[in-house]
Structures are given as structure tokens and as C-alpha cells.
Design a protein around this ligand. Sequence first.
Ligand SMILES: Nc1ncnc2c1ncn2[C@@H]1O[C@H](COP(=O)(O)OP(=O)(O)O)[C@@H](O)[C@H]1O
Ligand SMILES: [Mg+2]
Length: 134
Amino acid sequence: MLVQLNDQRPIQTSEDVVGVRQTVRQRAVELGFNLVDQTKIVTAASELARNTLQYGGGGTVRLEEVRDGARRGLKLVFEDNGPGIANIELAMKDGYTTGNGLGLGLSGARRLSNEFHIDSEPGRGTRVTIIRWR
Ligand SMILES: Nc1ncnc2c1ncn2[C@@H]1O[C@H](COP(=O)(O)OP(=O)(O)O)[C@@H](O)[C@H]1O
Ligand SMILES: [Mg+2]
């Protein structure tokens, strides 16, 4: 899998979350995603960016264009150095929240992505990687 370009941006404020949505939309358009696929990755990115801010205490997102043969995709890596997630399986369950959300962010982002990977170590932070292929 070849990485074409990458761009890292901070997620420290709710304005940054809005900016992430806009940038992801723009990249998806540039990559030729149709409207449905644009919306899927923007929605996933929005949920993950909000988690980075709300639970991770802020962090970053890295945007990468990836290729696998003729396939092109958009890869997003959300990282924070927050408290981490003690039980990932539980956190992934529909409806599970330790805040006052709907508990559908992580599970929704997984469903909206073609590839989903979460790494977390309590006390160290969280990294969530998603890819949506065109
Ligand atoms: N970056 C993160 N750092 C720490 N905990 C997180 C992070 N992202 C998600 N979580 C935990 O996983 C739970 C489920 O997240 P999510 O599915 O997005 O639901 P919600 O945001 O509605 O709580 C959160 O309530 C939180 O406990
Ligand atoms: Mg959430």
C-alpha cells in the first residue's frame, strides 16, 4: 500500500473538528469519491475527531491518500495522549458511552469504513485508523 501524501492537523477545539470535516470532504472529492462515500467518511471522521477532543483531551488527525494497485483510498489516523480505553470491546458496543453521547461513534465509524483499527493503552492514549476505498 503506497502513501501518496500526508497532512497532519490538530484537534484541540470544536472549530478544529469542523475543519476536519471540511478537509476530509475536500480530500474525498479530490479522490473522486461519490456523494455517498464522501458522506460516509466525513461522518466517521466527525465522530472520531469528537472523541479525540472529548475523551482524548485533544490530539491530531493525519490524512493520507493510499493506493493498492489501481484502488485509491483515504486513510485517517486519529491520535491522542489521553486516558486511553480500558476495555475496547466494550467501548465498541452500540450504545456504550462514558459521557452523555449516544455511544454510536466508534461502532458507527467502523460500519462506515472499509478498514478500522483501534489501539489504546490505558494511561497512554488512543489511536484509531480508518480507510475508505473509492
Ligand atoms: N479517544 C478516546 N479516548 C478515550 N476514550 C475514548 C476515546 N474514544 C472513545 N472513547 C470511549 O469510548 C466510548 C464510546 O465512544 P463512542 O462510541 O464515540 O460514543 P460516545 O462518544 O457517544 O460516548 C466513550 O464514551 C469513551 O468512554
Ligand atoms: Mg463519540
